[in-house]
Design a protein around this ligand. Structure first.
Ligand code: AKG
Ligand code: FE2
Length: 368
């Protein structure tokens, strides 16, 4: 994370000095407060009614669906326990991630992403044009993943993204693939519950994901940062997909913007839970019954932090628009239709070129 342009910055709030390249420094209004208070957190929902085969009482499922619906409305975020993902599978992938990032930068760059194949290692991501204090390794759930060749709306040619094959740790790919399989199963279950909570058929969303989904998993490593009050691990953003399933370690740093008052609420680490958030696609499909909520990651000066989000993305040819069942004369569609694949390719391309404009975002399709 260090380079020759490093400068010494005088902290505003304390007398400590920290060394951070200016590209990492957030505007004052976006700097984290780093308070240690733990506010009333996002809800933890017990998924045993759907993971435990012996539950037959429909009212139990009904109340689970209500809980999920309420969490989506109030927070856009929730956590799940008794989710059915074997702990050993998670531990294997977490261990592999640590080993991967512990290698030299030179080794990691052997599996770097590039403009045509935006999958693999990189350490220069910018969120809202400020550099994130992190390094990542991206891996697609489908290998190859089919995506549009160009960004032109009427060009139907496709190309493919393929996964790199890191040599270390041994069997990294196998361990990731095993974990992805669990993430997909959980994603489908969660989307069913979300569909039910919107009054839709349980499998309403399935068609978008069955063939050629574009989901990816990301390994994040946030090294200790000498100036945690100036930089962020990931700047404030919303996730663009359908939903995200996040495994965070015990260090903490994820903050969610609380809906009514805009307060940044830290998500306290809890062993073996997953943090779920609905993304922009659910916001559009539900015609804003549910909203995708901003979140960010703070850094700290003492500890490395690792997290693993799984981004559940539909097939590239999915036409995204508010669902017919959820719009009517009183509640007309709030978004124009858009092609998921074009959107995704545009995002990756803007992101790679680090254009000095805001990345494409779902608000571009909002009907004023
Ligand atoms: O590391 C985290 O806790 C969250 C990361 C995140 O929000 C993202 O990668 O989109
Ligand atoms: Fe995110």
């Amino acid at each position: 994370m260090r380079n020759s342009r490093q400068v010494v910055i005088q902290s505003e709030s304390t007398t400590t000095m920290g060394e951070v390249d200016p590209v990492f420094i957030q505007d004052p209004q976006h700097r984290p407060k780093l308070s240690s208070i733990q506010l009333q957190g996002i809800p933890v929902i017990d998924l045993s009614p759907i993971t435990n085969n012996t539950v037959s009482d429909p009212s139990v499922i009904e109340s689970l669906v209500k809980e999920i619906g309420n969490a989506c409305k109030e927070w856009g975020f929730f956590q799940v326990k008794n989710h059915g993902v074997p702990l050993a599978v998670r531990q294997r992938v977490e261990e592999a991630s640590r080993l991967f990032f512990a290698q030299s930068t030179e080794e990691k760059r052997k599996v770097s992403r590039d403009e045509n194949n935006p999958v693999g290692y990189y350490d220069t991501e910018h969120t809202k044009n400020v550099r994130d204090w992190k390094e990542v390794f991206d891996f697609q759930a489908r290998d190859p993943t089919f995506v549009p060749l160009t960004l032109h709306e009427h060009d139907d040619q496709i190309t493919q993204w393929t996964n790199p094959n890191p040599q270390y740790p041994p069997n990294f790919r196998g361990v990731i693939e095993e974990y992805i399989e669990e993430m997909e199963k959980l994603s489908f279950k969660l989307l069913e519950l979300i569909a039910l909570s919107l009054g839709l058929e349980a499998k309403r969303f399935e068609e978008f994901f069955i063939k050629d989904q574009t989901s990816n998993i990301r390994f994040n490593h946030y090294p200790p940062c000498p100036s945690p009050h100036l930089a962020l691990g990931v700047g404030r953003h919303k996730d663009a997909g359908a939903l995200t399933i996040l495994a965070q370690d015990e260090v903490g740093g994820l903050e969610v913007k609380r809906k009514p008052d805009g307060e940044w609420v830290p998500v306290k680490p809890t062993p073996n839970v997953y943090i779920i958030n609905v993304g922009d696609l659910v916001q559009v499909w539900s015609n804003e019954a549910y909203e995708s909520v901003e979140h960010r990651v703070t850094t700290n000066s003492a500890k490395d932090r690792f997290s693993i989000p799984f981004f559940f993305f539909p097939a590239h040819d999915t036409q995204v628009k508010p669902l017919e069942e959820l719009i009517n004369e009183q509640n007309p569609a709030k978004y124009r239709p858009y092609k998921w694949g074009k959107f995704l390719a545009r995002r990756k391309s803007d992101n790679f070129k680090k254009k000095n404009v805001e990345n494409i975002h779902v608000t571009h399709f909002k009907i004023a």
